[in-house]
Structures are given as C-alpha cells and as structure tokens.
Design a protein around this ligand. Structure first.
Ligand code: FE2
Length: 211
C-alpha cells in the first residue's frame, strides 16, 4: 500500500489569554462608553468616515485621550507581546510601539466585517463586556477560498474563536478577520490596539548585522 504523506506548508497563529485585573479595567472602560455615547453632551471622538466596524467606536487614537486605554494597551504589549515573541523565538527587538487603540461599542445586530489591520505586526482585541447571549466570535478568514470543501478544522475557510468576557486575542494584523453580530439586547464592548516593532537603536538593526 503506497503511503501518501501530507506536508504542512505554512501556519498562522493567534494567541489568547485572560486580561489580568479585568474587574478593575471593565468599569473604567464602561465609563468611557457612557461618555462617548451620551447624546446630551457631544463628547464623541468617533471617526466620521465609515469603516469595517459596523458599530459605534471611539477615535483611533483614544489611548492619547483616555489614560486607562493607554495603560491596558501597554500592559498587553509589555507583558504579553514580549512573552509571545520570546516563546515563538522571533528575531525581533522585544519592544513594541503602541500606534493606536480604541473602543468598539456594538449594539444589537452590529458587527465587524472582514478586514485587516494593514501593516501592524501585532493587533489585540480585548473583550471588555460580552453579554451572555451576545454570541461573540472572532473569525479568521483565508485570503483565497479553497477549491475543496473539507470538514477538517485546519482546512476551513473560516475559523471561529469563541470570545469570552475578559479575554484578549492577539494576531498578526495582516490576517483577514471579522467579529460576529451582537445577538444581545445589551451592548458588547471591545478594545482594539495595534502595535509595531520598535527597531530604533537596537542591535538587530545595527550596521554590524549588515556584513
Ligand atoms: Fe479588526
């Protein structure tokens, strides 16, 4: 009997973890949701141009306006991106620049259509508030549809990860992804952040390496 051997060519990874001190961050981020959605006062920083997030959102650079968004985003990079880079043995400086961070406020039926975060090496989504009946899933999509229909999990065109409250998901910003509609009457709140590698003054970027 001839053996047919499969060979795995490329893989992509995403990582997830429970956000430390979630009970501390959640009420503070919910306060920002209240500030931004209070129609009596026009404090919204939401961009006016529609994007792939079909929900209310705060300004792309909300970490500059709201210290708690900056703090949470920095914890994610300094504690977790560093660890991921080490464990994956990525040959990069283990420091990351937070470039932008914002909140997404999903009412019932609202969602994020498939999109990428362009040039960002690491993107993070923190599921701050996920009502029980919200049905929150982060979906990753293949860039091209497969020719075949396979039931094997590693060959699906779309992979869905259940999102529980307090969970942070990390992935490469080049990956095509989306978020399922909020099925709950209550709002779903997420915080997103993008990071670039800081190559400044690092040995890996020095002339010694250009031999
Ligand atoms: Fe996204």
């Amino acid at each position: 009997m001839t053996v047919i051997t499969p060979y795995v060519l490329f893989t992509d990874k995403m990582w997830y973890f429970e956000m430390p001190d979630h009970d501390t961050w959640k009420p503070q981020l919910e306060t920002i949701e209240k500030i931004e959605t209070n129609k009596a006062h026009n404090f919204s920083t939401a961009p006016t141009v529609e994007c792939n997030v079909k929900a209310a959102r705060t300004g792309w650079f909300s970490h500059e306006q709201y210290p708690v968004i900056n703090t949470v985003s920095q914890i994610i990079s300094q504690t977790f991106l560093t660890k991921i880079a080490e464990e994956e043995e990525y040959e990069i400086p283990k420091e990351f620049n937070l470039t932008n961070s914002w909140l997404n406020i999903y009412k019932k039926g609202q969602f994020a259509a498939p999109h990428k975060h362009g040039r960002y090496i690491f993107s993070a989504v923190y599921f701050v508030k996920v009502p029980q009946d919200s049905g929150a899933k982060l979906c990753f999509h293949k860039r091209e549809k497969s020719v075949f229909n396979s039931k094997k999990p590693d060959q699906q065109d779309t992979l869905m990860i259940d999102a529980k409250e307090g969970m942070v998901m990390i992935f490469n910003g080049y990956l095509l992804h989306s978020v399922t509609p909020n099925a709950s009457e209550k709002t779903r709140l997420t915080m997103a952040a993008n990071y670039l590698i800081d190559y400044r003054d690092k040995k890996i970027n020095s002339r010694e390496n250009y031999v």
